[in-house]
Design a protein around this ligand. Structure first.
Ligand code: GLC
Length: 422
């Protein structure tokens, strides 16, 4: 049931306008290429009015998958001078050009949702092809990104997490040597207010990490072993665990028993490994540095993905719900990306406070599945109110509801259609 036909129309129009033929740009101008996890969420939006187009979005994404299994975080389908770092900076030597890093593995979860909405036919060729692509991508994570062999996900660039400038990365980034950073011209601050974007010093570090990967010829083993940034991300660890559960459902449906066994073993490993991320003082699952073992101690929106991943005992869930209650008291709109009062909190600056609807969606889905329908509904209703008052922005202030980042954003439109506007 739809609540606001006018906003439905606007949301569909945004997706159609941002469609570049088989893939959708996150927003015109600021992000002129195809982004990995954006496309996954965008497919959910398309699925509400054009199922074939939804599948195509993901098929275009995986067409740029690397031989080692990695699905890149950006695919540069066309030239555009308005973005830094562009294909020449990444220099991955691929056709089409891509970045050399990945993004959150939410694809299998979304493929499963599309497939179920299409009638869950185990012989569906589109599902089968994407199943194989997702399996290769998950195996890439298991092979290259599990240095502690505990089923968690290590990232080698903060951009991989999708929560680019979250303060979870601050301590690790502070150790990155920027002395070799070659001169460059940022483009993001030409599109949106600099107060909403990462600071210059942070950006230099992002570039330094990129340069390390490039100098290593994008050898993922070398980068994982020796890279300057090695964080175990709570968000991606939870997302991959969830995605492995969904991939397992697809394996079982097709009778692919060897893979089903492999995935079950990974799931058990990750469920156990997640204990290492629990921070008793913070009362939450937190990201940890793979090199120093240090916990960020920060409660972010990604901490609540524990529900979505199906991990945590009753006591841990109670602490997480208490954190949600605190956030609900200090913010007008759930779910902020960082708790107010945390160091570096800024209600307008990117992932240091603003609400991002794709994370809110996953958290709400997990809360509903784990018996917290009231909290799921609160997050959904707040998300809808943000769009109703501000429009389809990239993110929103949890205090004022004002939109931040780019306007007419594809994944925000998709979340309206597939979730909060329904
Ligand atoms: C920003 C976000 C990232 C997203 C990208 C495109 O970099 O932090 O999560 O994928 O924009 O929307």
């Amino acid at each position: 049931m739809t609540r606001n036909p006018d906003l439905d129309r606007q949301a569909r129009a945004i997706l159609v306008r941002n469609d570049r033929g088989g893939y959708t740009v996150p927003t015109n101008g600021l992000y002129p290429f195809q982004w990995n996890w954006d496309s996954a969420f965008v497919a959910l939006g398309f699925a509400t009015f054009d199922r074939a187009r939804a599948w195509a979005e993901i098929e275009t994404l995986v067409s740029a998958q690397w031989e080692d299994g990695m699905i890149p975080h950006i695919i540069f389908h066309q030239q555009d001078e308005g973005y830094f770092p562009g294909p020449d900076v990444w220099a991955t030597g691929r056709t089409p050009p891509t970045s050399g890093i990945t993004q959150p593995p939410v694809l299998a979860t979304i493929v499963r949702a599309l497939w179920e909405a299409d009638g869950a036919d185990p012989d569906c060729p589109r599902m089968q092809r994407l199943y194989r692509a997702c399996l290769a991508s998950h195996r890439w994570f298991h092979t290259y990104r599990d240095p502690l062999s505990n089923g968690l996900v290590m990232v080698t660039h903060n951009w991989e997490t999708g929560r680019d400038n979250s303060s979870e990365w601050d301590d690790a980034l502070a150790r990155v040597d920027t002395s070799g950073v070659q001169p460059y011209q940022r483009r993001d601050t030409g599109h949106v207010d600099a107060a909403m974007r990462p600071e210059q010093q942070e950006y230099d570090r992002y570039v330094a990490i990129l340069q390390f990967g490039r100098a290593a010829g994008w050898d993922h083993r070398a980068i994982a072993d020796h890279g300057p940034f090695r964080m175990i991300d709570v968000g991606m660890s939870m997302e991959l665990l969830r995605a492995n559960r969904d991939l397992l459902a697809l394996a079982e449906a097709q009778g692919d028993y060897p893979v089903a066994g492999e995935l079950r073993a990974r799931i058990v490993l990750s469920e156990r490994g997640m204990k290492w991320l629990w921070n008793e003082d913070a009362g939450a699952f937190c990201s940890r540095d793979a090199t120093t073992g240090e916990s960020s101690g920060l409660v972010t929106n990604a901490s609540f993905l524990a529900f979505y991943a199906g991990v945590g005992n009753a006591a841990q869930h109670a602490r997480l719900i208490a954190a949600l209650e605190r956030m609900a008291q200090s913010a007008r709109y759930l779910l902020p990306s960082l708790e107010k009062g945390s160091r570096a909190y800024d209600h307008r600056r990117y992932w240091r406070g603003p609400v991002w609807l794709v994370v809110s969606y996953m958290v709400a889905q997990g809360l509903a599945e784990q018996g917290h329908a009231d909290w799921a509904e609160r997050i959904r209703a707040d998300s809808a109110r943000l769009i109703e008052t501000a429009g389809f922005y990239e993110s929103f202030s949890p205090e004022t509801g004002e939109g931040s980042g780019g306007p007419d954003f594809s994944w925000t439109a998709a979340m309206w259609l597939a979730w909060c506007g329904r």
